[in-house]
Design a protein around this ligand. Structure first.
Ligand SMILES: Cc1cc2nc3c(=O)[nH]c(=O)nc-3n(C[C@H](O)[C@H](O)[C@H](O)COP(=O)(O)O)c2cc1C
Length: 352
């Protein structure tokens, strides 16, 4: 069973509105497809007689020791996949020795999720027009013991997702957003397009700028990462300002259509950052060999979006654990066959 099989089974098991929301991308879904094919355009070149006895995959993400350079990306609304939602995700992540970035748009409170995986949770921040509400949220995140704030910077507005528009995407009664402004907000359907798109347009601040990043770096009281970077000049500027880390991401192909694949953006970002902070990447990573390509291109690790949701949907916390451990096992196999005993020694020389 590989992650494609988890995807197939989860999509078959979930209600169509939820499966479409999780699986879909913006407009023609060109960026979504480009992310997947971006990794497979690179070929790995193995070495022989490398004497690999044991492979080391341990890594560090936002100050957390993790079993592999693979952590859970922030994704919204986990209670659509499983009644225990993000709390189950956190338990699965902890069981796999991994870490997670909790979405602002989670269906469980940050305090509850952080307690389910102590020391293994970072928080993804969307910045609200109501800056008082944003400050209050950051205060809660800090008090809950999250390791870092991950500021998502590629969602000034929501990219148009035709599947969600068609389905009138909304949250079923009983689900709310305990972290989001206004607190405990629900998202009932009204039969006219994506309720999420309207929520984002009404509530989030599309005018987010570099000055805001500077303010978060000064005031957050937590290490600040920036997510959604694909341009090397943005990466260099953020690194110079002192971000704790960069996530190369195009939001899993859900924002700008016809966008650059993250596999293509990654090496340019790595070069621009020049070691000043860690660079992680997400988007279409589905195989251990994809992880190897990302690491060889200079990433410190990868984040996994949709596959975590597939694991959660099919088997709750244990499904999340299985998905993360499956990818780690694939990584170990690939590293062994490449002839590398430590993932940190992969470099561009391993690519054809
Ligand atoms: C269903 C879903 C919801 C998402 N919600 C968020 C979110 O709330 N905040 C955020 O920064 N990124 C969000 N993302 C983007 C992910 O963090 C990540 O960039 C992307 O899923 C990685 O691509 P992959 O799903 O191909 O692994 C979401 C992605 C998906 C699929």
């Amino acid at each position: 069973m590989d992650l494609d099989a988890w995807e197939r089974d989860a999509i078959a098991a979930l209600p169509a509105m939820v499966a479409d929301y999780y699986a879909g991308g913006a407009r023609s879904e060109g960026t979504l497809r480009a992310n997947r094919s971006g990794w497979s355009r690179h070929a790995l070149v193995h070495r022989i007689l490398a004497g690999v006895r044991e492979v080391r995959t341990a890594a560090s993400f936002a100050g957390v020791r993790v079993a592999a350079p693979i952590v859970a990306a922030p994704t919204a609304f986990h209670r659509l996949a499983h009644p225990d939602g993000e709390v189950a995700t956190a338990r699965g992540v902890a069981a796999a020795g991994s870490a997670m970035v909790l979405s602002t748009l989670s269906t469980a409170a940050v305090e509850e999720v952080a307690a389910a995986a102590p020391g293994r949770v970072a928080f993804q921040l969307y910045v609200y027009r109501d800056r008082g509400a944003t400050r209050a949220l950051v205060e809660r995140v800090r008090a809950a013991g999250c390791r870092a704030l991950v500021l998502t910077a590629d969602a000034a507005i929501l990219g148009t997702r035709f599947r969600d528009v068609r389905n009138g995407f909304h949250l079923p009664p009983g689900l709310s957003l305990p972290n989001a402004a206004p607190e405990g907000r629900t998202m009932d359907g009204d039969g006219s397009g994506s309720v999420l798109a309207r929520y984002v347009a009404d509530q989030l601040d599309p005018s987010l700028g570099w000055g805001d990043l500077e303010a978060f770096l000064a005031d957050a009281g937590l290490p600040v990462w920036i997510k959604g970077v694909v341009h090397p000049e943005d990466a260099a500027r953020a690194a110079a300002m002192g971000v704790a880390g960069i996530v190369v991401s195009n939001h899993g192909g859900r924002q700008l259509d016809a966008g650059i694949a993250t596999a293509d953006a990654l090496p340019r970002v790595v070069d621009a950052v020049a070691g000043r902070c860690p660079v992680w990447v997400d988007g279409g990573v589905r195989r251990g060999t994809d992880v190897c390509v990302a690491l060889a291109l200079g990433a410190d690790g990868v984040l996994l979006g949709r596959p975590v949701l597939w694991g959660l949907a099919l088997e709750g916390a244990d499904g999340v654990r299985q998905v993360l451990e499956l990818l780690r096992a694939e990584l170990v196999e690939a590293l062994t066959l490449i002839g590398v005993s430590d993932h940190r020694t992969l470099d561009r020389g391993c690519l054809g």
